[in-house]
Design a protein around this ligand. Structure first.
Ligand SMILES: [Fe+2]
Length: 286
């Protein structure tokens, strides 16, 4: 009788914390990274990923008000911005609040394309299981992005200027559902310029050569969502190992920014020792 009582005393607070408290503890985390190439003035990037909009959440709206007050040059969105079509109005409304100096750029993730059912959530983690049958209205999301001034990149590159310094932003379509075409995306790669990569998952670095990318931005892992002390993420959602589930990581000559994300699938709305985050990355040149 004592053991069940002890378990209840432990489990109930843990459940309440991870289901109802920590998923709303939005953090804005700041990092500074330095490249070997010349950049001119430093560049401030607001990186948002895996928001999983499925409706209206007041705490999330308030967090957008907070990050919209930051003075930034670029906003990068690296997929899973929606979880369900019901989230599109709230998504567009919040993205309109962001006013970066240069622009807003996005790539899609798997949850932007597909309206996952509960059974899909188990299946799609295993290779060869195909993709879910139920689609999200991706064209409506793309129209919403255009309305909010967000430039969508689907296996394409855009060149921008930071003062007089040209930067290439390579935007890869979702790699996790086979929509990415790395060869098409990287055809405009120029080693003389700064090459930034937006990709839903960092796993594409398994096919990227040494020194091709200067800074990459990705999500998908959610930092594992549940992390254990002295161990880290329990499930990583990356083939590259636990160390690549979140953070600022050096790999193949690139600085890889991997976000813990700001939301989760509506079927797994828990976080433990893995608070939702937006990243404010200040990039300095040589
Ligand atoms: Fe996600």
């Amino acid at each position: 009788m004592i053991l069940p009582c002890v378990l209840l005393v432990l489990i109930i607070p843990l459940y309440l914390w991870s289901r109802w408290y920590e998923p709303r503890c939005y953090e804005l985390n700041r990092h500074t990274i330095r490249m070997d190439k010349a950049l001119g003035a430093s560049l401030k990037v607001l990186h948002l990923s895996d928001i999983h909009f499925a409706g209206k959440i007041r705490a999330l709206d308030q967090f957008f008000d907070r990050i919209a007050a930051e003075d930034v040059d670029l906003v990068f969105l690296t997929g899973d911005v929606i979880d369900h079509e019901k989230g599109i109005p709230s998504c567009v409304e919040n993205l309109k609040k962001l006013k970066p100096r240069i622009g807003k750029y996005a790539v899609f993730g798997n949850h932007d394309y597909y309206n996952y059912r509960l059974s899909d959530c188990f299946k799609h983690h295993f290779p060869g299981q195909g993709v879910p049958e139920s689609l999200n209205p991706i064209e409506r999301l793309a129209e919403g992005y255009a309305d909010a001034g967000v430039h969508l990149l689907k296996n394409e590159t855009v060149e921008i200027l930071n003062g007089r310094t040209p930067l290439l932003i390579h935007g890869l379509d979702d790699p996790t559902t086979g929509k990415a075409n790395l060869r098409t995306t990287m055809k405009n790669f120029d080693p003389e310029k700064i090459n930034l990569l937006l990709t839903h998952t960092i796993d594409v670095f398994l096919d990227i050569g040494e020194g091709e990318i200067d800074v990459s931005f990705s999500g998908h892992s959610h930092g594992g969502q549940v992390r254990m002390p002295y161990y880290g993420a329990v499930l990583t959602h990356t083939m590259m190992g636990r160390a690549y589930a979140a953070g600022i990581i050096r790999h193949q000559g690139a600085t890889c920014v991997v976000s813990r994300g700001m939301g989760s699938s509506r079927y797994t709305p828990v976080r433990f020792l893995c608070r939702p985050e937006a990243l404010l990355i200040e990039i300095h040149g040589s």
